[in-house]
Design a protein around this ligand. Structure first.
Ligand code: SAJ
Length: 419
């Protein structure tokens, strides 16, 4: 297959870097997003998300004329769908973004086109997408009915890049390519080989969908183990970070790091797609989710204990005078992404329940909703003025604070950064 024009639907954390990398290989790339502001920003050669080096790649692609953004899909040879797949009530996957993306490209599809779903999806989502497309375009044939003779090729190729390292991982990671038929997989492989230096490994769509969910569930279970250890060690008065470091000296042990909980739009979400599909069988995966989701509540209790302790030590003070500083709001270090962030959840809870001032220090975010129950302050104010220092995210700016005097102030360090 010869791809001259590629359309990327959804210009978010995955779609925009993918569009920019394809454009950097001198393909004509049309990025589509419903958000007019994002479209305008990209067309100015700028970016609306934080991702190292992405600004340069987008700027070059737009300036050289290989990348442009629009709000309505145009004809192309291949369509890559990279829209969110959150969950709804009861942790059921919300397929509405995939549905509207499919509906939006259906009118411009033509014989010979390739449609790839990149969004992390529950098992069966790609077949469902193909069914929606077939319903919208009865004049075209699709692989579910016409197999290798179909007009349209359909594949699932889950994104697997790590926020903060997206440009490198997009090129270097192996890709799992699930085709609805072998020819669908072959067409998708031809497209990915334009920019992927890792191996492109072919399978069927359902295995590719499950593979992505499995990777993120494996990480969630491993983090839950670390988080559970942190609770046990707190009870037994053992430094969990030292313990993990020592245990990891064993050649076949590799424990991850505890934190305030698991955030982001992937690891905190995807395991539920397995649990809702096979609830009886997914006991460990569900428990890991519950352990990780329980961690913010445990951190909040630690802060409440620190407040009570502070009042005991300073009987002249009232709770309204005790200032709490939360260091970090994003879901992991050195990014600006607040989605499903346990740190934000903790800061909000403290802001609503603590009678005194609650401050947040977040070097990657300039402003927040006026309605947030805490105040954004700079690092120095947050560090010097607070009675309780709560470390939630190990941003590089916070590491340096270790050298300053903490005095007798209470420290709740959920990442082991200041130990
Ligand atoms: N976390 C810990 N302890 C650790 C590692 C992570 O508490 O030792 C926490 C982080 O602080 C964060 C959450 O887990 O709140 C998730 O962070 P992450 O760095 O593990 O993963 P994400 O969500 O940024 O990206 C993951 C990656 N998946 C895997 O590593 C298996 C990435 O490769 C996927 O592409 C991405 O999900 C996705 O989009 O699905």
């Amino acid at each position: 297959m010869n791809f001259k024009t590629v359309s990327v639907i959804g210009l978010g954390y995955i779609g925009l870097p993918t569009a920019a990398v394809l454009a950097s290989r001198k393909l004509n790339v049309v990025g589509v997003d419903v958000n007019q502001k994002a479209v305008n920003t990209v067309n100015q050669g700028k970016i609306h998300i934080v991702e190292p080096d992405l600004d340069m790649v987008v700027h070059a692609a737009v300036t050289e004329g290989y990348l442009r953004a629009v709000t309505k899909p145009e004809p192309a040879d291949a369509f890559l769908i990279a829209v969110p797949t959150p969950f709804k009530d009861g942790h059921q996957p919300d397929m509405s973004y995939i549905k509207s993306a499919s509906m939006s490209i259906a009118p411009v599809l033509k014989k010979g086109d390739l449609v790839i779903l990149e969004s992390t999806s529950p098992v069966g989502a790609t077949e469902q997408m193909a069914a929606w497309l077939a319903e919208a375009r009865p004049d075209l044939s699709f692989p579910q009915t016409h197999r290798e003779a179909s007009d349209i090729r359909v594949a699932h190729c889950p994104e697997r890049v790590l926020p903060g390292h997206v440009l490198r991982e997009l090129v270097q990671n192996d890709r799992v390519i699930g085709g609805m038929t072998p020819k669908c997989a072959e067409a998708a492989t031809t497209l990915y080989k334009i920019f992927v230096r890792g191996e492109c490994v072919i399978t069927d769509v359902r295995t590719a969908e499950m593979c992505k969910l499995t990777e993120n569930s494996a990480r969630d279970v491993s983090i839950a183990f670390a988080n559970e250890l942190s609770l046990i060690c707190d009870k037994l008065d053992i430094n969990v970070w030292e313990l993990i470091k020592l245990a990891n000296r064993h050649p076949r042990v590799n424990i991850l790091q505890p934190g305030p909980g698991v955030g982001g739009h992937c690891i905190a979400v995807d395991p539920w797609f397995i649990v809702t599909a096979a609830p009886e069988e997914s006991r460990l995966i569900r428990t890991a989710r519950e352990v990780n989701d329980g961690k913010p509540g445990w951190v909040i209790d630690k802060v409440k204990l620190a407040v009570a302790d502070c009042l005991m030590k300073h009987p002249e003070k009232t709770a309204t005078e005790i200032k709490i500083s939360c260091f970090g709001l994003t879901f992991k270090p050195d990014i600006d992404d607040l989605r499903e962030s346990p740190s934000l959840e903790i800061a909000r809870h403290l802001g609503k329940t603590h009678p005194g001032p609650v401050w947040a220090v977040e070097p990657n975010i300039d402003s927040l909703d006026d309605e947030e129950p805490f105040t954004l302050v700079d690092t120095v104010t947050g560090f010097e003025g607070a009675d309780i220092l709560l470390l939630l995210v190990d941003h590089r700016q916070f590491k340096a604070l270790k050298q300053f005097d903490f005095g007798t102030r209470a420290v709740v360090d959920t990442r082991g950064l200041w130990r």
